[in-house]
Design a protein around this ligand. Structure first.
Ligand code: NAD
Length: 252
């Protein structure tokens, strides 16, 4: 495989499994040294590091706490030195029916915004400061089709957090492009991971693929390939875009 990302050091959040692990494998295959962030699955993170020949690092952090994202960036720079890219991939999708008690409803919205959006915003802040001081860098935010077209009655926070992430991406692109900091959002429809399996267990596969013209969910490797492409230094003008990976289920 061509080593388009040779010498690049890139932090991937939520990387022990699913889309994040596929991103790490692809980045490594193209020559990058990934920093594998994980929350609970240390064994998964260690196995992933072994699969990429040990050419990277693993760091634990809980992004549901206010200090978690800042601590993660601090330790990332501590182990890796110069960082070239940040992939905000960690995310949760919670079932939050409106019949929940007001306290539970509010707690679910706050947790989902903390992990899916505020952690990404905090990491982006620290990354932008680092990139500005060190010759530039790139941020890739894993958003969702849910953030573009609105979302299901039982999971409204998810769509709202992803819409916010798309907007943050655009603001970074407009604000810091002149200082060598660029940002791109990727908006997948359903991707075959644990998150999709949870939905299939509750609602059935037909419900997931019914409105996808190609009739199938995306593979994690499809998203990973696109992330690696976006991170190529040669893609200087790819800034502020939201790239759809949804089988034609939402066309703008
Ligand atoms: P996943 O559940 O396999 O992975 C989510 C990751 O987020 C995990 O590694 C987990 O450790 C991490 N995470 C969760 N809570 C955390 C916390 N408190 N602190 C730190 N990390 C935490 O799901 P996935 O499908 O691989 O999702 C990856 C990204 O892709 C998410 O942002 C998700 O919203 C997005 N996405 C997924 C789909 C899909 O259909 N699977 C579609 C569109 C977008």
């Amino acid at each position: 495989m061509d080593r388009w990302l040779q010498g690049q050091t890139i932090l991937v959040t939520g990387a022990s499994g699913g889309i994040g692990a596929a991103i790490v494998e692809r980045l490594a295959a193209e020559g990058a040294r990934p920093i594998i962030h994980f929350s609970r699955d240390k064994a998964g993170a260690k196995a992933l590091l072994a699969r990429i020949g040990g050419h990277g690092w693993i760091i634990q952090a809980d992004l549901s706490t206010p200090e978690g994202p800042f601590e993660l960036w601090r330790r990332t720079v501590e182990v890796a030195g110069r960082v070239n890219g940040l992939v905000n991939n960690a995310g949760i999708r919670t079932e939050v029916p409106i019949e929940l008690s007001a306290a539970d409803w509010r707690a679910a919205w706050q947790k989902e915004f903390q992990i899916n959006f505020f952690a990404a915003a905090d990491l982006s802040r620290d990354a932008i400061l680092h990139f500005k001081a060190n010759g530039g860098g790139r941020i890739v935010n894993i958003a969702s089709r849910a953030g573009q077209r609105g979302y299901a009655a039982d999971a409204m926070p998810y769509g709202a957090t992803k819409a916010a992430l798309v907007n943050l991406t655009k603001s970074i692109a407009r604000s810091f492009g002149g200082e060598g900091v660029t940002a791109v959002a990727i908006a997948p429809g359903w991707v075959r991971t644990d998150m999709a399996e949870d939905f299939i267990a509750a609602h059935g596969k037909a419900a997931a693929v019914a409105d996808i013209p190609i009739g199938e969910m995306a593979a994690p490797s499809e998203v990973a390939e696109l992330v690696a492409f976006v991170l190529r230094p040669s893609q200087a003008s790819l800034n502020g875009a939201t790239l759809d990976v949804n089988g034609g289920s939402y066309i703008r």
